[in-house]
Design a protein around this ligand. Structure first.
Ligand SMILES: NC(=O)c1ccc[n+]([C@@H]2O[C@H](COP(=O)([O-])OP(=O)(O)OC[C@H]3O[C@@H](n4cnc5c(N)ncnc54)[C@H](O)[C@@H]3O)[C@@H](O)[C@H]2O)c1
Length: 281
């Protein structure tokens, strides 16, 4: 049998924000495929996390908004595993659903620092290691808010910051392709963890009360199925063509594809994973 392109035995994957709702789904998908998974999050999960395969699951408390914290984490990963095969730039969020009149300078600084500076610095630090071996894959988690006006209208700074990441993905992909490094984006639609507990202390679910809890979102979706409306606070459009709720693993599998050898000829792409709610292209 040919090499299984989706097996990550002996490979190392860093997932920023890996204790959050979507992060846990990404971590589980790679962990099941035997990767060594580094969870680079500044907050612990509500429930302890374990490896689901033969690799390690290593928690390294990291603040991606601080370059020194990133550099310390990357040094620790290199010392422990000696290689970084994939980086999933997943940590990010808005600052409380501020519509345009409510956007302050503090909001602008905060959102840009986390979503843009954090992702750029993480990418720069990890790509420096990938260049030494001439291979690697970076996946940036963006948002449907960056692809669709109606999905982003309630949080324009967040939508704009995620849109930056789409352009950044393409530019860096073009630059790094000859060096053997691929860069792609995954743009989630509304994604809800299965339960309140499948989140972290730093999750927006726990620090932004305006969004409610996963259990409430799950219940709201059940109601939405009856009424035909989406039920998501950022995107109150009709239900997407696939009218089930998006789950963290849906994003995990998209990351797995881009990070794996199965996507060896794909770079600079954005994959929308939102039940068909927005169809780019
Ligand atoms: N949930 C959705 O519906 C949805 C939709 C579109 C895009 N996204 C994007 O997906 C990604 C993950 O979202 P989520 O739903 O899992 O959110 P989440 O808030 O549950 O998880 C984010 C994680 O990142 C961590 N984090 C935040 N700031 C950090 C920092 N400075 N350094 C290190 N870790 C930090 C948090 O502790 C948390 O564990 C984000 O980039 C988000 O913008 C989410």
């Amino acid at each position: 049998m040919e090499h299984d392109a989706l097996d990550f035995s002996g490979r190392t994957v860093i997932v920023t924000g890996g204790n959050g709702g979507i992060g846990q789904g990404i971590v589980d998908v790679f962990s099941e495929r035997n990767a060594n998974v580094v969870v680079a999050d500044f907050a612990p999960p509500l429930n302890p996390r374990v490896s689901l395969g033969t690799g390690e699951l290593l928690q390294i408390r990291t603040d991606i908004a601080q370059r020194a914290s990133i550099d310390a984490m990357v040094s620790q990963v290199m010392a422990r595993f000696g290689r970084i095969d994939a980086l999933i730039n997943n940590a990010g969020r808005g600052e409380g659903m501020k519509r345009l009149p409510d956007v302050t300078q503090d909001t602008i600084d905060w959102i840009l620092n986390l979503n843009i500076n954090g992702t750029v610095h993480m990418t720069q630090a990890v790509v420096a290691e990938m260049r030494k071996v001439g291979s690697g894959s970076v996946v940036n988690i963006t948002s449907a808010a960056a692809l669709s006006g109606p999905a982003g209208k309630n949080d324009p700074m967040y939508a704009g910051a995620k849109g930056f990441l789409h352009s950044f993905t393409k530019a860096v992909a073009a630059d790094l392709g000859p060096a053997g490094i691929r860069v792609n984006s995954v743009a989630p639609g509304w994604i809800v963890p299965e339960s309140n507990e499948a989140t972290s202390e730093g999750s927006f679910w726990n620090v932004m009360p305006i969004m409610g809890k996963p259990d409430q979102a799950n219940a709201a979706h059940e109601e939405a199925l009856k009424s035909g409306f989406g039920g998501a606070p950022t995107n109150q459009n009709d239900l997407p063509p696939l009218s089930k709720l998006g789950r963290p693993r849906d994003i995990g599998y998209a990351c797995l594809y881009f990070a794996s050898d199965a996507a060896a000829y794909s770079t600079g792409q954005v994959l929308a994973v939102g039940g068909g709610g927005y169809m780019p292209g």
